[in-house]
Write a protein of this length. Structure first.
Length: 145
């Protein structure tokens, strides 16, 4: 299984906003530079995140992006669902996607797997991810000294 670049970069974008939470707006170009991601690509990713109410934008001299909610109130599941959709394979939510649904044992596995992935992503907030990121950064800096 592989998450798309869109979802992976979306999580990195949201993590950058979480790490800056409460410190003001962040420009997309600054996130792009720090994360080594194309600003143009990030500008496409931010649109659905803003539309889902996860990100706020502001214009002007102090404009940029901020999280719409506290990092503790945004889960990785919300981010991935916005950017990837909420099901692993089409036949899980759309019974017309396949004529073999009633006899397909693999579909049962996809449902089980999708549930485990959702459960894991739901259990991790942006606050928790930000904390993990800070710990890794501190550990790296400590080993460099």
């Amino acid at each position: 299984m592989k998450l798309s670049t869109r979802a992976r970069y979306g999580v990195r974008l949201m993590l950058s906003l979480a790490l800056n939470y409460g410190k003001g707006s962040v420009l997309l170009k600054d996130i792009a530079k720090k994360e080594e991601i194309s600003e143009k690509y990030l500008s496409l990713i931010i649109i659905p995140l803003r539309g889902a109410g996860l990100v706020n934008s502001s214009r002007g001299a102090s404009g940029g992006y901020t999280l719409a909610k506290e990092p503790s109130k945004i889960t990785l599941k919300e981010i991935v669902d916005v950017l990837e959709g909420d099901c692993l394979v089409n036949c899980i939510n759309d019974s017309s996607a396949c004529t073999r649904i009633s006899t397909c044992a693999a579909r049962d596995i996809w449902i089980l797997l999708g549930g485990k992935i959702s459960e894991t992503l739901q259990s991790i907030s942006l606050e928790k991810l930000a904390q993990m990121s800070r710990e890794k950064t501190e550990k790296t800096l400590t080993h460099q000294i």
